[in-house]
Structure formats: C-alpha cells, structure tokens
Design a protein around this ligand. Structure first.
Ligand code: FMN
Length: 243
C-alpha cells in the first residue's frame, strides 16, 4: 500500500509523534509532505483554480505535485495541531488551494487518517473540519485521531493504535463505503451546476470529460436502491431549480 503523509505542523513534535505511532501500525511505502518545507505561497484569492482550471493557479507548480501524490496513493494521512481552535495556517493554506476540488471532486477511492493534536481543546472540532474538507474532495472514508497532550496517556496511545489498525485494514481491503446523504447532496449540486446555461467552464469540462455526469456518485462506489433513488431525485430537483 502507498501512503502519503501531509504534515500541517510546522515542527516534528506532538503531532508528528502521533503520526509516527500511527504509521508504525501500517505496512507499505510512505511519502512525507511537510507543508512547512513546501513553502506554498498564500492563496491570493484569484479564483483561477475554480473558474479557469487548477492549472491556472499561480502556485500550481507547488500544489499539483502534492495532488498527484494523493492521486497515486492508497491512503492519505493528514495531520495538524490545533491552532486557535482551528487547523494550522499551513494546512488551511493548502486546503484553500484545493477549493476547486469542492466543485470537481475526484478522490472517490481514497481513504484517509486524520491526526490532530492539541494542548487541551478543539481537537474533535478540527478533526471534523478536516473530515468535511476531505469529503468535499470525494474521499471515501476518513478515520480520526483527535488527541490532547500528544497521546502520552496510555488510553490515548491505545486509541492511536486501534484507529490506525482500522484504517490499515480498510485501506488494504480496497472496499468502498457507501457515501453519506450529505455527500450525495453536494455531488448532485455540482453535477447539476455543470448543466446550467452558463456554467463555470472548468467545472463543465471536468464533469463531462470525466464522464462523471453519467454517475449517481463516484465511479466504483455502490449505492443501495434508496441512495440511488435519492441521488437521482436530488439531481432532478437541482436541475429544476437551476432552470
Ligand atoms: C499558535 C498556537 C495556537 C494554539 N492554539 C491552541 C488552541 O486553540 N487550543 C489548544 O488546546 N491548544 C492550542 N495550541 C497548542 C497546540 O495545539 C499543541 O501544543 C499541539 O500539540 C502542538 O503540536 P506540534 O507539537 O505538532 O506543534 C496552540 C499552539 C500554538 C503554537
């Protein structure tokens, strides 16, 4: 299995220790991205990635190699300390550079492990935010390790091991989980937007060129009859509203 680690901490201390402990439970090849070293400039809000295509981002040469590594991985480990009750600015800046993926989700076969460390508060909220972000990217399933004080406590240490093992098993199984209803909602919203009279060209090109417009959710992800019907209904409703 190939794992990509995206470290949003500027240093290799508490968060990194938790990542290393989790990694020790996994088998495979690991590649590390330390966002501190990547020196991705701040997103300048030009909208190019969303409107023109991600290759038009002025920081494409910095961001795209990381996206390519996500593409070629089986599992992503994404880590951040809690800073002022949110992700680190390093991770947020990277996430801002992936805003186009909200319009054009693609990581339907990927699984993720979210590692968040804090001094005492905000870890669950921050892990939830990362989970939501990954869901917008299309990521199939995320496992969370939100822990205070570096997991030094024995109970917390056991939690790191057990969540990492569940993640490993899931990545190795290659099984794709059924999406949540909210995932179907966003999928159909963006899909319907590609059909409007005046769509964002980059979105339209993506949805049509990849053939995603012909799916009720990400290719390869099975939907039961209720979710399939719900997905089709959502698309119908969004199309009607947008007309
Ligand atoms: C700028 C900054 C902001 C922080 N904000 C919070 C916070 O809001 N809540 C909290 O419990 N800990 C906060 N912390 C503590 C870190 O989340 C905690 O020490 C974390 O484990 C550091 O991870 P690291 O060793 O990978 O840097 C903050 C630390 C820094 C440097």
């Amino acid at each position: 299995m190939k794992y990509l680690i995206i470290n949003g901490s500027p240093r290799k201390k508490n968060t990194w220790k938790m990542v290393e402990q989790a990694r020790s439970k996994l088998d495979g090849e690991f590649e590390e991205i330390h966002l501190m070293k990547e020196k991705i400039p701040m997103c300048n809000g030009c909208f190019n990635c969303i409107m023109e295509g991600e290759e038009k981002c002025p920081h494409f040469d910095k961001v795209n190699p990381i996206i390519e590594k996500i593409r070629s991985s089986d599992g992503i480990i994404i880590a951040s300390p809690v800073y002022a009750m949110n992700v680190s600015a390093l991770l947020k800046n990277f996430i801002d550079h992936t805003a186009y993926l909200y319009h054009r989700p693609e990581f339907f076969t990927k699984k993720a492990l979210i590692v968040v460390s804090t001094a005492g508060a905000g870890q669950k909220k921050v892990a939830k935010y990362i989970d939501e972000t990954l869901r917008h990217w299309g990521v199939n399933k995320s496992y969370k390790i939100p822990i205070a004080c570096g997991g030094k406590d024995e109970l917390e240490s056991k939690k790191i091991d057990s969540v990492a093992l569940k993640f490993k098993e899931d990545v190795e199984s290659k099984k794709l989980h059924s999406p949540k209803f909210i995932d179907l909602l966003y999928f159909n919203l963006w899909k319907a937007l590609a059909f409007t009279k005046d769509p964002i060209k980059a979105d339209k090109d993506y949805w049509f060129n990849t053939g995603l417009v012909n799916y009720d959710y990400g290719p390869g992800v099975d939907l039961n009859i209720f979710k399939k019907t719900f997905s089709k209904l959502l698309f119908f409703i969004f199309r009607r509203i947008m007309k």
